[in-house]
Design a protein around this ligand. Structure first.
Ligand code: GLN
Length: 490
């Protein structure tokens, strides 16, 4: 059942949130051993939260827009008293003393927090294979990755355990796993969702957003979590349009398909599905047009720019993990030994690589050549999008150049893993809202029978336009196929 259906039935007193949670727990028991989506789940806590919502209904109160909806949070989003490992051994055993802003918003609207989902360590990765614990599996084929870094959230929703989950994105970590697991993933405009209580990776890029079985549910959750927070100075003030405001028709919408999104490195069978999707959009009245090469002339530099900027910010953000305030500590020897041993012993290889890269890019003598240059190119990429947005309401293309690849396929080659962000990193660099919506299964090739995502990117602040287009596409496309693990027990 969708989140929207659960909430409306719970609000009407027709459905008991405890029953909803018990069903989600049963699906968790059955399917989590297949997909390993969760790092932790406190069953009692979930049931107590459901009981609290149930009591509100029986007192005649309205529990809110997400009444009784079980929702899973990536384990880098704070929930008071719950684990907050960020997928890292350096935070093993740590529990958050407070709720993130998004957590407060969800609870205020009657959501039932349901477990902590797996991720690549500190959200650095594209497969969950960098998790300090164990990788998650793709619900369509457990020998394959669910994508990352929000792979646990995508696998939980893809396997039908919960209708919605929250993820976080810095360069593609919501949209890419959503595409690989056949669910909708939405990265909001930078500044529209508070980052207070999100473990920081690249602060100028990070955003929290929903992964959901339907675009409608993604919009519902976005509406709840968006808004100004005095605790995050980068959140925008003022009233924002509801995700349900824009008409769910694509009639007259100008959709550009930049040549650069149709890069030759994109799997041709993924391109074929996306082609079909944009045809559907134009049949439904959208004005679709291929934007000739050169429109996004610098987009191909997004990968080096993204890795330089995000690693530079990460090396500063991760300096706080030294064993003194959080998590385990090695404290033999003097203070410096304790720092070195704790960090060397508990950060995984990829996190160490990023810290080294960031430290190098920011160091005296190299700063101008690397970090400053990266910021300049970031600006160029962003400006090119802004220019295209004068002519187009949305830009469309594939979400990911590849489908769900096999576990281990890219672990020996960090650069091959980085290339997964080719098509998602640009929207992060410019702070643009962007969604990935399932658009069928690849018909042939290495990803045959696996989900493909259609990506739509919009103007900053036009989250509602992006979400409305996703909902319209969903209506045109019809019910997506679901993996066996999902349907077997429905
Ligand atoms: N795959 C990218 C990385 O490893 C994106 C991660 C993210 O968006 N958090 O940095």
């Amino acid at each position: 059942m969708s989140a929207a259906d659960i909430a409306s039935r719970v609000r009407a007193g027709e459905l008991d949130p405890i029953v909803v949670t018990e069903k989600a727990l049963a699906r968790f028991e059955e399917r989590n051993p297949v997909v390993h989506a969760y790092l932790d789940l406190d069953r009692e806590d979930a049931l107590q939260r459901a009981a609290a919502v149930s009591e509100r209904v029986s007192r005649g109160e309205d529990p809110g827009q997400l009444a009784g909806v079980p929702i899973s949070l990536k384990d880098n989003i704070a929930v008071a008293g719950a684990t907050l490992t960020a997928g890292s051994r350096i935070l093993q055993g740590y529990r958050s003393p407070y709720d993130a802003h998004v957590t407060e918003r969800l609870v205020a609207e009657g959501a039932v927090l349901f477990g902590r989902t797996n991720l690549d360590e500190f959200a650095m990765g594209a497969s969950t294979e960098n998790s300090g614990f164990a990788p998650s599996r793709n619900p369509w084929d457990r020998k394959r990755v669910p994508g990352g870094s929000s792979g646990g959230s995508a696998a939980a929703v893809g396997a039908g355990i919960v209708p919605v989950a929250l993820g976080s994105e810095t360069g593609g970590s919501i949209r890419q796993p959503a595409a690989l697991c056949g669910v909708t993933g939405f990265k909001p405009t930078y500044g529209s969702v508070s980052r207070r209580g999100l473990v920081a990776f690249g602060s100028s890029l990070d955003q929290i957003g929903p992964l959901a079985a339907t675009a409608e549910d993604a919009a519902l959750v976005f509406d709840v979590i968006t808004g100004h927070d005095p605790g995050d100075a980068t959140t925008t003030t003022g009233k924002r349009p509801s995700a349900f405001l824009a008409p769910t028709s694509v009639e007259g919408l100008r959709i550009g398909i930049p040549e650069e999104f149709l890069d030759p490195s994109v799997d041709p069978h993924i391109l074929a599905q996306v082609d079909q999707a944009t045809d559907l959009l134009s049949e439904a009245g959208a004005i679709t047009k291929v934007v000739p090469a050169g429109g996004l002339a610098h987009a191909n530099l997004s990968i080096p720019v993204y890795y330089l900027v995000s690693s530079s910010e990460a090396c500063s953000n991760l300096a706080r993990f030294d064993g003194m305030r959080y998590g385990p500590r090695h404290d033999d020897g003097d203070l410096l030994d304790a720092y070195l041993a704790t960090r060397a012993g508990h950060f995984g290889a990829e996190v160490q690589r990023r810290i080294l890269l960031g430290t190098f890019a920011l160091s005296a003598g190299y700063y101008d050549a690397w970090y400053k240059k990266a910021l300049q190119v970031r600006r160029l990429v962003s400006d090119e999008f802004t220019t295209l947005f004068k002519e187009y309401d949305l830009l469309a293309g594939p979400t990911s150049p590849v489908g769900a690849f096999k576990l281990g396929e890219r672990t020996d080659d960090p650069y091959a893993m980085y290339l997964c962000d080719l098509l998602t990193a640009p929207a992060c660099l410019g702070g643009f809202p962007s969604v990935s919506v399932p658009c069928g299964l690849a018909r042939k090739g290495p990803y045959k029978g696996l989900p493909v995502g259609l990506q739509l990117v919009g103007r900053p602040g036009e989250d509602h336009v992006v979400l409305a287009a996703a909902r319209a596409f969903e209506a045109i496309r019809g019910e997506p196929e679901r993996p066996v693990v999902y349907s077997a027990a429905e």
